[in-house]
Design a protein around this ligand. Structure first.
Ligand SMILES: N[C@@H](CCC(=O)N[C@@H](CS)C(=O)NCC(=O)O)C(=O)O
Length: 219
């Protein structure tokens, strides 16, 4: 029988990784096809309204946006990875959105051209980390259960971990709970197996070639 889910991916994309973690946690079979975002195939441009990955094919239907893909996967593959309480669930969704904003800041930080731009974005990220620190319960975001919000935040914290030995500042400065959280997440087999083995090294190479202020530390 054909696999029901096919995920369209770009190897280094943290948003795709969110969906891979969710699929792994749900233990549902899926296929994955990697595309080159610098040279997007015609068939991909036809099916992807935003031209972005992840795209999840469910049979012939197309889903896009990582948070929505994960909500769908969660709904059709019980038990849910969201907290039961509607208010807590809604707050988790809001923090998932917040974490997407931090990814964007991280991307902008990596591409900042000047020291000033870099400093501004670094402060914004550290302030966002501080806000997460105030919310997190530990060992996971909501306590002992792994939830969708953990799948949403893990890819960003994983990237902070890969680059920490190259950079002269600390993403976890003043956020000891976030540090503990990041270390716990990276031990999970569903997260470890959510990236191809070459990705950490390719990510360092990516940071080396952004042309941004940060690239100096990766040469
Ligand atoms: N909000 C989207 C963001 C996805 C996204 O930014 N994907 C990037 C790769 S990490 C992409 O496909 N970029 C291609 C482009 O913008 O042309 C989601 O959560 O799925």
């Amino acid at each position: 029988m054909a696999t029901k889910y096919k995920l369209i991916s770009f190897k280094l994309c943290p948003f795709v990784q969110r969906s891979v973690i969710t699929l792994n946690m749900k233990q549902v079979p899926y296929e994955i096809e990697y595309i080159d975002l610098k040279n997007k195939p015609e068939w991909f441009l036809k099916i992807s309204p935003s031209g972005k990955v992840p795209v999840l094919l469910v049979g012939n239907e197309v889903l896009f946006e990582s948070a929505i893909i994960n909500e769908y996967l969660d709904e059709v593959n019980p038990p849910s990875l969201h907290p039961k309480d509607p208010l807590r669930k809604a707050r988790n969704r809001a923090w998932i959105e917040f974490s997407s904003g931090l990814f964007t800041l991280f991307f902008q930080q990596a591409h900042a051209k000047t020291e000033n731009e870099f400093n501004e974005r670094t402060s914004a990220i550290l302030s966002g980390m501080q806000k997460l620190e105030e919310q997190i319960v530990l060992p996971f975001f909501n306590g002992t259960e792994f939830n969708l919000i953990d799948a949403a935040i893990a890819p960003m914290l994983g990237r902070f971990q890969y680059i920490k030995k190259y950079i002269p500042f600390d993403y976890f400065e003043g956020t000891p709970k976030m540090k503990q959280y990041a270390e716990r997440l990276e031990q999970l087999p569903e997260i470890r197996s959510s990236l191809l083995p070459e990705v950490p090294a390719e990510f360092i190479d990516y940071m080396k070639h952004t042309g941004g202020y940060m690239a100096q530390w990766f040469q």
